[in-house]
Design a protein around this ligand. Structure first.
Ligand SMILES: Cc1ncc(COP(=O)(O)O)c(C=O)c1O
Length: 405
C-alpha cells in the first residue's frame, strides 16, 4: 500500500480518495514532498532526546509559532504525543491549578455525547450515555453534562449550565468542550454566540474553560482555530492531529500565563509532574514546522476557502424533502448530513457499514459515524477530486444502500 496527495493506493494499485483525512489529521495530502524532505533532514540531525531536562530548538520555535496564532494571554505550551494525552494534561492542570490556589476542585462539566479520547480522564469527560466506556464507568470521575448549543436550537444549554454551577460551582475545576464542531457525536455544529455565553458564565464562577481543538484545529472549521469564532477565550487548548500535518504523533496543551504562574513555586511538589517519553520529539516537531510553513501560505488558506465554498454550493444544490439526506450542513472544510434510516440514529446505526462499502466501491474512503455521513478532505483535494464524492452522495438517493443493511 502507498499514499500520495489526497489518495490512498491499495495493494493492487487502486486509488481511493481519502475523504476523511485519515481520521481528521492529514492536512496537505499524503507523503507531501516538502514534509518528507524536512522530516528526513531532521532524522539525520537529531532523532530523539529526553524532554525532562533538555529541550531543542525545534520544540522552542514550534511553541512560539503556535502561540503566535493565539491571543497574547496564552504564553506556554506543554508537549505530549496524542489527542487523549493533550486532554489528560489539560484536565490535570485544571485540577492541580485549583489545588495550588487553595480551593481544591475535582469535577468537570462537558457537552453531552462529546468525545475527548480514550484514556481515563478523557473517558470521564466524554460519552455521556456511556456507550463507549460502559465497562469503565465505576472508575471514571464525576462529570456534569449539558447539551451543546447547536445551530438553530441550543437555547437550553445556558440554563442547564447555570443550574449546575449554582449548586456545584465551587467543586468544578473546568468546562471542557469541542468548539464549534463536535466530531464523534456526529459533526454537530454550534452557534458561536451561545458558546460565548457558556464560557462567560463559567468564567464568572472561576471555572477554567478547556477547548479541545484536537479535531477542529489548523483550519478545519474555516479559521485557524475554531476558537477564533469566539469572543470569549478559553484558558487551556488541546491540539494534536493536524499539528504535524497528520504525519507523526505530537500534541500540545496550550495555557495562559495566569495558569502557568499558578504553578510557579520553589516547592518541587508544585510542579506539573507529568511526562511522556516522546513528548516534544524532534522529528515530530520538524513535521509540525513544515506543516505550518504550508498551512500559513496564501495557497493553503485559499484551498481551505475553496473547499468550504464548494461544500456550501453542494448543500444549496441538494434536493430538499422528501430526501433521505437530511440536515445537510457545513463548517469550513467539514460537510455533514444524516441519512434517514428506520433504525435509531447514533454511532451504532448499521447504515454506516453499507455506506462505507458503497463509497469504497466508488473509490472513495469515508467512515460515517452511524447514520451521520460526513466529509473532511485534506486541503490539497481539488474540485475535480470532490466531484465524484458529491456525485456519490447525490446517487445515494436512488441507490439507498442502507436498505440492505
Ligand atoms: C475532539 C477530540 N479530542 C481528542 C481525541 C483523541 O485523540 P487521539 O486519538 O489522538 O488520542 C479525538 C480523536 O478523534 C478527538 O476528536
Amino acid at each position: 500500500m502507498r499514499a500520495e496527495g489526497a489518495y490512498l493506493y491499495d495493494v493492487e494499485g487502486v486509488a481511493r480518495l481519502d475523504g476523511i483525512s485519515s481520521w481528521w489529521c492529514n492536512l496537505h495530502g499524503h507523503c507531501h514532498p516538502y514534509l518528507v524532505e524536512k522530516i528526513s533532514a531532521q532524522l539525520a540531525t537529531l532523532d530523539h532526546i529526553q524532554f525532562g531536562d533538555l529541550t531543542h530548538e525545534g520544540a522552542i520555535t514550534l511553541a512560539q509559532r503556535v502561540l503566535a496564532h493565539f491571543p497574547a494571554s496564552f504564553t506556554k505550551v506543554f508537549y505530549s504525543d496524542n489527542g487523549s494525552t493533550a486532554v489528560e494534561v489539560a484536565l490535570k492542570m485544571a485540577v492541580q491549578y485549583a489545588s495550588l490556589q487553595g480551593t481544591p476542585k475535582t469535577k468537570f462539566i462537558a457537552f453531552r455525547n462529546g468525545y475527548h479520547g480514550d484514556t481515563f480522564g478523557a473517558m470521564s469527560v466524554s460519552d455521556s450515555d456511556g456507550s463507549f466506556s460502559a465497562p469503565f464507568r465505576p472508575l471514571l470521575f464525576e462529570t456534569f453534562y449539558i447539551d451543546p448549543p447547536l445551530r438553530g436550537s441550543g437555547e437550553e444549554s445556558l440554563g442547564q449550565l447555570e443550574r449546575i454551577l449554582d449548586v456545584h460551582g465551587k467543586d468544578i475545576a473546568g468546562f471542557i468542550f469541542e468548539p464549534i464542531v463536535q466530531g464523534v457525536a456526529g459533526m454537530h455544529m454550534q452557534d458561536p454566540a451561545r458558546l460565548d455565553q457558556l464560557l462567560a458564565l463559567c468564567k464568572s464562577y472561576g471555572v477554567l474553560c478547556i477547548a479541545d481543538e484536537v479535531m477542529t484545529g489548523f483550519g478545519r472549521t474555516g479559521k485557524f482555530f475554531a476558537c477564533d469564532y469566539l469572543q470569549e477565550k478559553p484558558d487551556l487548548v488541546c491540539l494534536s492531529k493536524g499539528l504535524t500535518g497528520g504525519l507523526l504523533p505530537l500534541s500540545m496543551t496550550v495555557c495562559t500565563q495566569q495558569i502557568y504562574e499558578g504553578f510557579l513555586s520553589e516547592n518541587p511538589a508544585h510542579s506539573f509532574l507529568h511526562g511522556h517519553t516522546y513528548m516534544g520529539n524532534p522529528i515530530a516537531c520538524a513535521a509540525a514546522h513544515a506543516s505550518l510553513d504550508l498551512l500559513e501560505s496564501p495557497e493553503c488558506l485559499a484551498s481551505i476557502e475553496r473547499i468550504s465554498r464548494s461544500h456550501q454550493t453542494f448543500i444549496e444544490a441538494l434536493p430538499r424533502d422528501p430526501s433521505p439526506l437530511v440536515h445537510p450542513r457545513s463548517q469550513g472544510t467539514i460537510l455533514a448530513m444524516e441519512i434517514k434510516t428506520p433504525a435509531s440514529t447514533g454511532y451504532f446505526n448499521t447504515a454506516s457499514h453499507a455506506l462505507r462499502r458503497y463509497f469504497f466501491d466508488r473509490k472513495i474512503l469515508l467512515r460515517p459515524l452511524g447514520n451521520c455521513l460526513y466529509v473532511m478532505p485534506p486541503y490539497c483535494t481539488t474540485q475535480q477530486d470532490l466531484e465524484p464524492l458529491y456525485q456519490g452522495i447525490l446517487d445515494l438517493q436512488k441507490e439507498a444502500p442502507w436498505k440492505n443493511s
